[in-house]
Design a protein around this ligand. Structure first.
Ligand SMILES: O=C(O)CCC(=O)C(=O)O
Length: 368
């Protein structure tokens, strides 16, 4: 029998207008059984930290905030900040402009297409490197630099790549990133105080940071029990400040189970990444998390990933190294090398510094 030659494989295009209504989803989006989501999971009790009172220096508030953060970060690395001082109108605008961006025709979004090997731009599950376990989402990732020479980098990206019609998008996300920069440096004071190294130590380390802002847009999916919006991962970066809208979908792997994080539009979810875990000599944990999708509504999240300036050396302060907490590994990591490893999809080199004691747990597959 003569066999017909196989048809050339069509590139898979994540066209939301079609995919969100499909009763069955393409096999590329179906995750293996051991990674399929549990849509009903117990809620993770994460402490809300009154950030405004911490910054104001009220001794009782400082002691309460540092204690809550210390406990949460030793256990799983997640906490909430409330009374954070970020303008609620700016947050609302950042969400509104996400709706406008992701609501555009695919061809228009693809003007910012992120190419294979690149870290910034528009990405959807088109023909990436992975042909299976594709995440059910679209993203736009932007570079933000806090040094004086790159002060308008986000604004310029929109104008240069998307065109002058997108100038207002640039203004909104530039302002949002600046607010996240201020907030993240304040959180560094809180982490420094919680680790007993003083408020200035990590704040100074992250001055002039070279960070990433990611807009995550999760369309509805008619088979949310088969796929994931974001697969299980630990953030290779230093600190993540996430604003999730009212929908919910973030899950964290704690005590051998997945837990959901209840959405609170008044709060930011903060989590420790691998690089900060290394800076803390493994005392504060970077924890596995993921995002699930639903069959009813779009979900959005805004993630700011704080990363050190590229010439920084990532190593814990001597005061965090003692016989109870010996140095996890002798090597030091230059932030630029870490950033390249992350970009190439190799994971964080910082992992070796902070992770040794946690390695045993990390290698376990997440339970269903
Ligand atoms: O959307 C979320 O809740 C989580 C997103 C996330 O983990 C990521 O972008 O790395």
């Amino acid at each position: 029998m003569i066999m017909a030659p196989p048809l050339p494989r069509q590139p898979l295009v994540f066209d939301v207008s079609i995919l969100q209504h499909q009763a069955s989803i393409p096999s590329h989006f179906i995750w293996p059984d051991h990674e399929k989501p549990c849509l009903e999971s117990p809620e993770l009790a994460i402490p809300p930290v009154d950030f405004g009172s911490f910054l104001a220096g009220d001794p009782l508030a400082v002691s309460k905030a540092t204690q809550l953060v210390n406990e949460a970060c030793r256990k799983h690395g997640f906490f909430l900040v409330v009374n954070h001082g970020v303008d609620s109108k700016l947050i609302a605008k950042a969400h509104e402009y996400m709706n406008m961006f992701f609501g555009k025709q695919l061809s228009e979004k693809q003007r910012a297409q992120r190419k294979i090997g690149e870290q910034y731009g528009y990405a959807s599950s088109f023909t990436g490197r992975f042909s299976s376990k594709l995440p059910w989402k679209e993203t736009l990732s932007l570079r933000y630099c806090a040094d004086n020479q790159s002060s308008d980098i986000v604004q310029e990206y929109f104008s240069n790549v998307m065109g002058e019609n997108f100038k207002q998008f640039g203004t909104v996300y530039q302002e949002y990133c600046e607010a996240m920069n201020t907030l993240s440096l304040g959180i560094m004071e809180l982490l420094g105080a919680s680790l007993g190294v003083g408020r200035e130590y990590f704040r100074d380390f992250f001055e002039g940071n070279d960070s990433i802002m990611r807009l995550n847009y999760y369309p509805p999916c008619q088979k949310p029990d088969l796929t994931l919006g974001t697969g299980p991962h630990c953030d290779p970066t230093s600190l993540t400040i996430l604003h999730q809208d009212h929908v919910g979908g973030l899950q964290v792997f704690v005590d051998e189970k997945w837990h959901s994080v209840r959405p609170d539009p008044e709060a930011f979810v903060v989590n420790i990444g691998d690089t900060f875990m290394a800076l803390s000599n493994g005392i504060f944990k970077s924890c596995l998390h993921r995002a699930v999708v639903n069959n009813v509504t779009v979900r959005k999240s805004l993630a700011f990933f704080l990363c050190p300036k590229l010439d920084k050396v990532v190593k814990p302060p001597n005061t965090l190294i003692d016989s109870k907490n010996p140095r996890a590994e002798e090597s030091e990591i230059i932030a630029a090398d870490n950033a390249s490893a992350v970009k190439e999809g190799l994971g964080s080199s910082c992992r070796v510094l902070g992770r040794k004691r946690q390695q045993k747990n990390r290698n376990k597959r997440p339970a269903l």
